[in-house]
Design a protein around this ligand. Sequence first.
Ligand code: G3H
Length: 489
Amino acid sequence: IIEQKKYLIDGELKTWDGNSTQVFSTISSTEDYKPTLLGSIPDMGEPEAMDALGAATKAYGRGQGVWPTMHVKDRIDCMEAFVKKMETKREEVVKLLMWEIGKSLPDSQKEFDRTVEYIYDTIEDYKELDRNAAKFQKHDGVYAHIKRGPLGVVLCLGPYNYPLNETFALLIPAIIMGNTAIFKPAKHGVLLITPLLEAFQSCFPKGVINILFGRGRAVAAPIMQTGKVDVLALIGNSKSANALQNQHPKSNRLRLVLGLEAKNPAIVLPDADLDLTIDECIAGTLSFNGQRCTALKVVYVHEDIAEEFNKRFSKRVDELKFGNPWDDGAKLTPLPEPEKPAYIQGLIDDALVKGAKILNKKGGEHADNYIWPAVLYPVTKDMNVYQEEQFGPVIPIVPFKDIEEPLDDMAESNYGQQVSLFGKDVYALAPLIDTLVNLVCRVNLNSSCQRGPDVYPFTGRKDSAQATLSVHDALRSFSIRTFVAFKDN
Ligand code: G3H
């Protein structure tokens, strides 16, 4: 049992002596996969929130504080010192990723290593940005020295499914650009921040990063209500983002850096290579039990091949191995959100009442915090599983006759992140690809949807995102171009 009592405000690692909130583990050593008590975190409220905001505001100092005015090289030194210390915590953080959110051992290791690489790549990109800023431009007799400046105080909130990687994909570029931050970890995947607290404390000047624990409503809302936050950086759902944004008295002045929901479709054309398509659709729908914003959340299959695809795909789903995250080859693991199995069951029941069938034998079997993925067919627009971002193990398959059918659905959808297109003749598909890139932001040819490699732009249309993330883009999302100009006279 880990009793996490430390928190970081104004460069001081304080010890919490108030009430605590229990943190449950996704997994247990028993075979019934009941959630077990893993530890506790401080249940903070407005006083700590205001202290953190005060510290971040002071460290920013209207752009004249120690951090935004620090020489680029020194800011890089701080970041390098941090990432080096972070690397020594790999084993501890990976273990907590498995215990807290049930992510498999290889995926937990990948999340850690990917985050470290992300930080090093960000440092390199930042150096490049700085080299370019040193150059003067001259147009029409006006010289300009253009660079990228910070925006101010950032409130940073990450998701439970990538509590390290996606949170740091916000926090690290925000900080390196000279902003200061208040960071509150997600509800699940929170204890894993503990091993990194000392590194944050010792590597950055005081007030640059302030780390709080507790419920979003108790901590984040009062911070927003002060109107002193310049950037809301959040990966999660649009409901939480909108609620927080609306707390800000001058929300039109807020810079939003948001990664939100998606309902990425796979479109399987009649000439698709079925072996490859099925491999990719298994990975796309069920990696980390479908709890990824980039997961394939609906599969459109051309009616000519639907029977064959369905038979082979649903057999493969039932052959996946379920187990604890450290079990060799476990692809399906328990779910961190205790309410998720009942929610998924509700989607299945609704689809069955409205005419779909479960194609795989084990589909929907569940106990406590796991549920076996159900392959549902034929799914129609009136079903909840078609309309909602399920963020879990249930796979709706929609048959289509004409390509206009999935295209119309995508155009009507509230989301627009990515699509996977499966077909052999990619040259003949060029006009279709041209249409798809105007509906989403990334078209994956014969491969499932994903965020990486992290140098590629990660964004979405409509309710899927505000701003672009990636090693390259995030530095721009967390800064603004400023310049000094003078005339040639
Ligand atoms: O949950 C959303 C993440 O951005 C997914 O990232 O495609 O690397 O798993 P990923």
